[in-house]
Design a protein around this ligand. Structure first.
Ligand code: ADP
Length: 430
């Protein structure tokens, strides 16, 4: 039994000193006996320190046999070592559980530091990105995912919601969606999800819509032609019925045209066909169209900054601007006012289409650019709209890195602003 009481050890030491003193006094060699006692005590301490050192180096669990104070020290250290081993085993178990869990994730997950160096990754990251342990630990993630868009996104990414789509570096047929979450000090968790199936389904859906629309367009054009002839032909049995049929067929035709336009936009590459677009001339043509549609029932003003061109796809931009301007005419009652402005603002080249027409209820504004979404009253039936115009606008602006801002008050009017980034302005040669 080891005593942890220090008075016990002190008493034993004093006892030893007393015995040495007595022997010294009895033999008349007091100093010699005290010297021998101190030397023996020092030797004992050195001997046990050496045993402690050797034991700690040997990693053995059982402590060396000893007695007195040293027995207690050995015993205490042995207990601490056992506790340490037990705690380490528990930590290891937690780490193993965590690794097992992250390896079971279906998504590839990586942790990168503030210099974008890889600190950790799970099994799916090894499979999907071809990463290898430990060679790729400490590598820059941009060396493994080499798409320039990824490096740009990583450099500016700061929001949880933002995500990026890229093709897999090891297999072009796999589409990946990347999300990033910041945690601790400037570390980021990258989650890469395989969305190939979703993209394939999207493609099938686009192709189906595009093919059906394409196939329906020709017979419908023929039908429209015959109805047009019947409308004007003398002796037609029921001209009112023919007129209604003609209107419906024209509406279907407009719908097919918009569907085809949307599917064309979805398929074309962002950078494809970008040229310097003469926006002032385009808007002058659209002003004519707006006046024709309005038939002098509205006050229409165009304020265009001369020479303000942007780089983009002419056809797509025209389609977007046309939709906004014709919508303003369609959704503004007669005698209403429409102002179209094209100018350079602090944010970049901006088109504003403002009217004092029927306006849009606040609850509808966030959904207004969805395909086929219409404000829940009968205004669309009168205008013959397809519900695809603003979806086209959104698409075109997105592919031109531009923003669409909508401000509207129900019953008072609306303003649609297309804001293009300054980089869209063509560089002037000096
Ligand atoms: P549509 O072909 O029906 O006009 P859009 O996608 O162009 O389809 O517009 C979606 C809906 O947004 C329209 O049905 C209309 O209710 C509303 N809208 C669009 N532009 C305006 C506007 N300038 N003023 C009021 N409502 C508008």
């Amino acid at each position: 039994m080891i005593k942890s009481d220090w008075t016990y050890h002190l008493t034993r030491l004093l006892g030893g000193v007393l015995v040495a003193l007595l022997i010294g006094w009895w033999s008349g060699q007091l100093l010699v006996m005290m010297g021998i006692f101190l030397l023996a005590y020092l030797a004992w301490q050195l001997y046990n320190s050496l045993r402690l050192y050797r034991w700690l180096q040997s990693w053995k669990l059982d402590p060396p046999e000893s007695f007195g104070m040293w027995a207690e020290i050995f015993d205490r250290i042995a207990t601490l070592q056992k506790q340490n081993i037990k705690r380490n085993l528990q930590y290891q178990e937690v780490i193993d559980d965590f690794e097992g869990m992250t390896d079971a994730f279906p998504d590839a997950t990586l942790v990168i530091d503030s210099h974008d160096l890889i600190r950790w990754f799970n099994d799916p990251a090894m499979r999907l990105l071809g990463l290898k342990t430990p060679i790729d630990q400490g590598q820059a993630v941009t060396n493994l995912i080499r798409e320039p868009a990824f490096a740009d996104w990583l450099a500016i990414h700061d929001e949880l919601q933002s995500n990026l789509e890229i093709s897999c570096p090891t297999d072009d047929n796999i589409s990946l969606q990347i999300n990033a979450v910041r945690f601790r000090k400037n570390q980021r968790l990258l989650i890469l999800r395989n969305i190939t199936d979703i993209r394939n389904l999207d493609r099938i859906r686009h192709d189906l819509v595009a093919n059906v629309s394409h196939e329906l367009r020709t017979p419908l054009t023929v039908l429209l032609g015959y109805l047009e002839v019947l409308k004007t032909e003398a002796g037609t049995p029921d001209p009112e019925v023919i007129e209604r049929m003609f209107k419906q067929a024209r509406q279907m035709h407009a719908l097919l045209e918009d569907l085809l336009e949307l599917s064309r936009l979805q398929q074309t590459d962002k950078q494809n066909g970008a040229v310097e677009v003469d926006v002032p001339t385009m808007l002058t043509q659209l002003a004519e169209q707006a006046k024709e549609l309005s038939q002098d029932n509205h006050e229409i003003n165009f304020k265009i900054e001369p020479g303000l061109n942007i780089s983009g796809v002419q056809l797509d931009l025209k389609s977007a601007f046309q939709n906004l301007i014709l919508n303003a005419v369609n959704y503004t009652p007669t005698q209403g006012k429409i102002n179209v402005t094209w100018q350079e603002t602090t944010a970049g080249p901006t088109l504003s289409v403002k009217d004092n027409g029927v306006g849009i209820p606040h609850r509808d504004i966030p959904r207004i650019t969805e395909r086929f979404y219409r404000v829940g009253d009968d205004r669309n039936r009168k205008t013959g709209g397809t519900g695809l115009g603003l979806a086209i606008v959104k698409h075109v602006l997105h592919s031109h890195d531009a923003k669409l801002e909508i401000r509207s008050e129900y019953g008072e009017g609306s303003e649609f602003r297309c804001i293009f980034p300054p980089k869209r302005k063509p560089q002037k040669l000096i």
